[in-house]
Design a protein around this ligand. Structure first.
Ligand code: NAD
Length: 303
């Protein structure tokens, strides 16, 4: 952030460790500028433009970086409520999800968990929820690089079979929790790890999330129903459940690679540059072609 300000003279509205309130304040301050193009990651900026900030009418289009944001955009498109012109789906460009989601998230999620816990991964029983691009990367690195014993949970039967063919065990989360040392979620869906199932979990379980929102693990219920909560290391909270068992939650269930990773996310030069290049190219395409594009979510031209 300092480099963006000092070396490039950009306005930056962000702070590491910002509160929810600050986060929305910063989004609003970005919108106060009256942007022509929005480059979003997760869909919060676009949601604001469709709700509290309908006063902004300068936007000619934009793009969306991540799976969850694209899901939100496509739902808006389907319901006919997309307010402004074209949005480009950067996530579904092959050069994005094949590399950023899989190899980037695979590596940086491991980095986040290792940095937060200082534990050896080898020999650990690791459960990965979701066998999409992020989940595949995490499962691959946990097993191949680090020597964990990996179980996958999946709701899509084809991907579940794919995980089996790739050599992973596949189970339901309620089952897998009984033997897991570490659970990592990467599904884009909420309440994938439920408090009631945690009551059957192996004591000392470590919970981490790499999906976009901090609702993949039922954190609110964990907070409200646990008998004790204590910060035991930077980024790690211990919760004592109603049955007396302890579970450990990394970074309050937020994206573990961003919140707890030494690098603060994927290695930028080798992975993020590919995604950023697609964002930049779609922004240029928009600037040159927006007058003939419709109010739709477009896939990126080319791959
Ligand atoms: N941490 C990061 O840096 C990073 C990077 C890219 C994407 N993401 C986010 O990670 C999440 C996953 O992205 P992706 O690209 O892998 O998506 P994806 O659509 O490729 O994969 C998600 C998988 O989760 C499965 N799933 C859904 N609900 C489930 C459930 N209840 N239990 C088990 N499996 C379930 C789906 O069937 C699917 O296979 C999204 O929220 C995305 O925005 C994070």
């Amino acid at each position: 952030m300092a480099s963006l300000k000092e070396d490039f003279g950009l306005s930056v509205y962000a702070r590491r460790g910002e509160t929810n309130e600050e986060y929305y304040d910063y989004l609003n301050r970005v919108l106060d500028i009256g942007p022509d193009i929005v480059v979003d990651d997760g869909g919060d900026l676009v949601r604001l433009l469709h709700t509290e900030r309908k006063d902004i009418d300068t936007v000619i289009g934009g793009n969306e970086e991540t799976t969850t944001g694209v899901v939100r955009l496509r739902a808006m498109e389907k319901n006919g409520v997309l307010r402004f012109p074209p949005m480009f789906d950067v996530n579904d460009a092959m050069m994005k999800h094949f590399f950023d989601n899989r190899y980037g998230t695979g590596q940086s999620t491991l980095d986040g968990i290792m940095n937060a816990t200082n534990l050896v991964i080898a020999g650990k029983d690791v459960v990965v929820a979701g066998y999409g691009f992020c989940g595949k990367g995490i499962a691959m690195r946990m097993r191949g690089g680090m020597g964990a014993s990996v179980t996958v949970t999946e709701i899509d039967p084809v991907k579940a079979v794919e995980a089996i063919m790739d050599g992973f065990r596949v189970e339901r989360m309620s089952q897998a929790l009984r033997h897991a040392d570490i659970v990592v979620t990467a599904t884009g869906m909420k309440n994938v790890v439920r408090y009631d199932d945690l009551l059957q979990a192996k004591p000392g379980l470590i919970l981490a999330n790499s999906g976009h929102f901090n609702n993949e693990i039922e954190v609110d219920v964990l907070v409200s129903r646990s008998m004790e909560r204590r910060r035991v290391r930077d980024h790690v909270d211990m919760f004592r459940l109603e049955n007396g068992n302890r579970v450990y939650l990394i970074s309050e269930g937020r994206l573990v690679n961003l919140a707890a990773g030494g690098q603060g996310g994927h290695p930028p030069a080798e992975i993020m540059d590919m995604s950023f290049a697609i964002q930049a190219l779609t922004a240029r395409y928009l600037a040159e072609n927006h007058h003939r594009l419709e109010r739709r979510v477009y896939r990126c031209p080319g791959r």
